[in-house]
Design a protein around this ligand. Structure first.
Ligand code: SF4
Length: 376
């Protein structure tokens, strides 16, 4: 019998206006004619999985439409997915429904239609307010496209009712500290209730991966600059009332992304769609990345029960990224490398006793620190 029922649902919608040269997600441009057959396959997958998981699902508190660029879809396509979800699950009155939206794919009328569907959180992929850098990112939208939509968003999404977030990227080729801070200041001038700021990761199998295969490439900001970019942005976010609650996420109180907190707390969640990764009944599963295969009805490629050691390692890795920290319960105490833990406390990288947290100076070193805590 399943003990803790997942409270969140992730839906992957892989269609985009353009394929950005740094992107390694399962996402496609120029495949719009497949959108409807994809949605049909997606609702079939929900039916099939729910028949397989023959347990009574719990109440759903979060739904996240990610991608891809979910805002390229029509209201009718999203409604088809939401109707199917409602057939199988009951939704909490306060359910958080997030939609990732990119500039140039959404306007006032579309946002109003999504609001009618119950979408109450927008994660807005502005990424940069530096026109030249944005151009190099190949995202197919301009700074003005971002500004036009933010004006609509701030009008239709008052903080008291809904929430929204800016997604920003730093560490871009050719980006100076000044350029990044100027993007941060522009973003803050719109008083967002939430910001996600991620460092660009160069992925091998992308056009960027071929150009910047050497991490010391002359145009890539180097480690010291990245640390400065992160720390200075953190100061500006804090001064604007946005508190860091995860290494790369800041929010006003009450605007934390509840769906993402499920991942970061290493809790279970459903996931449907191309390349979606879910975690249900102690099992992780992963869907195919092949669009035609998925549309033809072949979804799952891998599924495995997570060994206990792996679960603990994952919990340490994810929860230490959170400001709320990691409880040193019996299982974690038995697993963690206590010698390294004490060493890192002395070095000022970790604070706390029953609940441990990364200190400010440890945020940019988190991967190294977590690896040492899990070292056996
Ligand atoms: S819009 Fe997002 S998902 Fe689509 S190609 Fe660009 S980075 Fe990837």
């Amino acid at each position: 019998m399943i003990l803790t029922k997942p409270r969140g649902i992730y839906i992957h919608l892989p269609f985009c206006k353009t394929k950005c040269p740094y992107c390694d997600f399962a996402s496609f441009a120029k495949e719009d004619d497949k959108r409807q057959v994809y949605i049909d396959a997606l609702v079939r997958e929900i039916d099939t999985r729910m028949q397989k998981w023959a347990f009574e699902p719990g109440t759903i508190e979060t739904i996240f439409f990610g991608g891809g660029t979910p805002s390229v879809h029509s209201k009718a396509e999203l409604a088809q997915v939401l109707d199917k979800i409602k057939q199988h699950f009951s939704l909490a009155d306060s359910v958080e429904i997030t939609l990732e939206a990119n500039p140039g794919t959404i306007d006032r009328s579309k946002l109003e239609q999504f609001l009618e569907l119950g979408v109450n959180r927008i994660s807005f992929g502005a990424q940069s307010f530096d026109a030249a850098l944005l151009d190099k990112l190949g995202r197919g939208h301009s700074v003005q496209d971002s500004i036009d939509f933010i004006e609509v968003l701030t009008e239709l999404f008052p903080d008291s009712l809904n929430s929204w977030s800016f997604d920003l990227i730093y560490g871009l080729p050719g980006q100076s500290i000044e350029s990044w801070l100027s993007t941060v200041e522009t973003a803050l001038s719109y008083k967002p209730p939430h910001i996600s700021a991620y460092c660009l990761s160069i992925e091998k199998n992308t056009p960027y991966g071929k150009i910047y295969k050497d991490s010391s490439h002359a145009t890539l900001p180097q480690e010291d600059d990245l640390v400065t970019m992160y720390e200075r942005a953190n100061e500006l976010f804090a001064a604007a009332g946005l508190q860091r609650y995860e290494i790369s996420n800041w929010s006003k109180p009450g605007h934390e992304a509840q769906h993402n907190l499920i991942y970061w707390r290493a809790q279970e969640y459903y996931a449907f769609g191309l390349s979606a990764h879910g975690y249900v009944d102690s099992c992780r599963y992963q869907n195919t990345r092949d669009l035609d295969e998925y549309i033809a009805g072949i979804s799952e490629t891998q599924s495995s029960r997570i060994p206990n050691d792996e679960k603990l390692e994952e919990k340490i890795m994810l929860q230490l990224r959170l400001r709320e920290g990691l409880d040193l319960d019996e299982d974690i105490q038995a697993y963690i490398n206590t010698v390294n833990l004490e060493k890192m406390k002395k070095q000022g990288f970790i604070s706390g006793d029953k609940t441990i947290k990364l200190t400010d100076k440890a945020q940019m070193l988190s991967n190294r620190i977590i690896a040492e805590l899990c070292y056996h």
